[in-house]
Every structure is written in C-alpha cells, then in structure tokens.
Design a protein around this ligand. Sequence first.
Ligand SMILES: Cc1ncc(COP(=O)(O)O)c(C=O)c1O
Length: 414
Amino acid sequence: MITESTKANEIRKTIKGQQIQLAGPSTRAVHANRRSNPYQSIGEPIVQTATYQFKDSADLTDFMEANLWGKSPERTEYGRYGNPTITAVEKRLAGLENAEDAILFSSGMAAITTVLLAILPSGANIVMTDDCYRQTRQFCKTFLKRLGISCTVVPMGDYDALDNAINPNTRLLISETPTNPYLRVLDIERFVSIAKKHKVKTFVDATFATPLNIRPLDWGVDLVVHSATKYLGGHNDILAGVVAGKSNIIEGLRGTLGVLGAISDPHSASLLLRGIKTLGLRIAQQNLNGLKVSQFLESHNKIEQVWYPGLPSHPDYLIAEEQMNGFGGVVSFTVKGDLDTASKLIDLFEIPLIAASFGGVESLVEQPALMSYYELSTEERLFLGISNNLVRLSLGIEDTNDLIADLEQALERI
Ligand SMILES: Cc1ncc(COP(=O)(O)O)c(C=O)c1O
C-alpha cells in the first residue's frame, strides 16, 4: 500500500535528483548521479576484480536471458564488459556533460579509435579539421584507409571548405576545440548546422575545453570525447578517455569496447572520480592563469607572438567569447630568437616542468620542435606551421603571481 509518507518520500527523491541535474557544473562534478553503495561510503569503492560470480545456475540463466532480450542487467559477468567503479565515473561524467550516457576507456586514443571503428562502415568518408591531435589524424589517414574509409582534411575555421568537402559517403565530421598548439576555437553552432544540413553526425574532441568551458552536446553535437588524462583527471597520474552522447550510440560503443578491450581499470576510474570532484576549482584557477599569463607574455618585448583564445589578437577570440565560459590553461607563444633561445628560456623556468601533456595541477612546458615534432626537419615542421621558437605552456593551479614572476625572471636572462 502506498502511504502518504512513501508518496512524500518519492516526491522528495525526484526533486533532489532534479536539483542536482539543474545545478551548475561544479556542483554536478561533485554530486551528479551519485550512487549508493553497500558500505554507505562517500568515497566510491574500488571493485578490483577481473570476473564476477553467480549464486547458482538459475542466477546465471536469469542474467543470460536478460542479456539476450537486451534488458541490460545492472551487473555483468566479466571485467572487460564492465565494473561498478567505472560505472560510477561514467554516470558522473554523463551528468557533467548533460549527456544521456557516457563510456570510459583506457586512454583518450582508445576512446577515439574505438568510436571510429564502431560507427564507420567500410567505404565511408569522414571530414576532419586540420588542427586535430596528431595521433587522431594518423589513425584516420592510415589505419582507417586500410578499412576502405577515406578522410578529407579541411582547414580549421574554413566553414565553406567543410561544407564543400561533404560527399554522399560522408558519415562523420570530426573536430577539436580548442586545438593544439594554436588554440583555434570551433564555431560549434556553424559546425552543427553544416552537419545537420547534410544529415551527417558530429564528433568533437573537447579535451582542451573541459565540460566547464564548453559542453558540445548542449550545442547539438552527437558525440563528445575527452582525453580524461588531462583536465578531468587533473593530476598527471592516470590515463583515461571518455565519450558522451545519446544512450543508443553509447550502448553500441559498449559492445565494441567489449570486443576491442580498451577498458579502463578500477584504480584509474577511482582516481578519475576523485579528480573530477575538484574540476570546477581547478579550471577556475587554470582559466585565470591562462588569461593573466597570456596578457603578460603579449606585453613582453622578448615575445614575438602569443596564441590564447581569451586575447583579442587571437583569430577566434569572438567565437570563444560567445561560446565558451573560459579560455583554458594552455598558452602558446614564440620567443624572439631561434630554437636555442626557446630551449634556454624553458631551461630557466623554475615552476613549469618540461613534460608532454597538459591539464594537470603542475604547470608543464614543451617546445614542440623538440617533443611532438622532433623527428621532422625544420622545413617539414614549418610546413605544418610549427616553428623552432614555439613554446607551449600548460598552466597548472599554482598562484598566478608566482607563475608570472617565474616567466619574468627567465625572460630577463635570455
Ligand atoms: C586533444 C587530444 N585528444 C586526444 C588525446 C589522446 O589522449 P590520451 O593521451 O589520453 O590517449 C590527446 C593527448 O594529448 C589530446 O591532446
């Protein structure tokens, strides 16, 4: 019998859930889709297992029958198909992205490659913007080609070229926002309207933005991917990737993940969930550091050029102003001089550590000519728009004044 008090409890529960769903992103990062667990622990239990047991054969048969009829039972039978710690992070990420569902992978590249292998039929064409992550471009240009999938690359920011590149076989438009290393910002509204006109799906890598600075699904994008190794994890201690979107697409991806096997592990998932809880605070500081440091660099006489979407001098400043909530923590710049001048400057920094990656609490710095593009000649690098004196600074959560003082002392000594 439904009593008045059970009814009242039901109503209270619904309102409670709704309040979190309507809350701001920092609140959702802490509370969205929080699940209870057998221990009532605030920290999500780390379920370290490769497989799961059944009480008896009837229990097993019930599970198999439910699976057979697509009823997606709450449990699974084997670690490659799922894990409760991983499910907890997926639910939180879905809440943060305003997505129906999300799926976690062992790395950003595992997420990107699994999605593309899952949704593209042989003979399909994809159109991608040219400033995408190097390994994503490599996968599309070489691996997908072997499966008979062609890839057309168009310049980032050229929406007519994007529109014209779509042909009857095109299934997917791929872009990143902001891009690496020049922080080009996608006009998501225009990107989605071109895709809709041609009835093709959209896939956006928003790793540099994070769900705090832009949520592509809110603009009508079909799938959003993040290398959770970066800002979402936020502590330079895990590798992970996440894809969010409509449940029917994510459900299909789960099937492919089960076959390809690029599943995350419960320890990484637990660290990711912990990292996500402080995302709002970290991004606020990283947005501030990005803006202040880019303004400082732009005003310095030893700096040639600065790229940061929050500077009016950036080619996409107006779009970034209109569509983003913050401009992120990565700043790229060229120092007046050559390869050695840039290296000397980097060596003089005391706070930023020389390392690949970005998005963690520690500021990191890299000279693309000596890191991501080392194997290329100067001419080949210049052809790709990478000059020897280019520096990419990924700001952490250190105090803004300390970062600026550190840059200032290093610039004085070159
Ligand atoms: C924009 C972007 N997407 C995807 C990736 C790949 O992520 P992961 O290193 O987690 O595989 C990276 C890595 O740097 C990246 O910068």
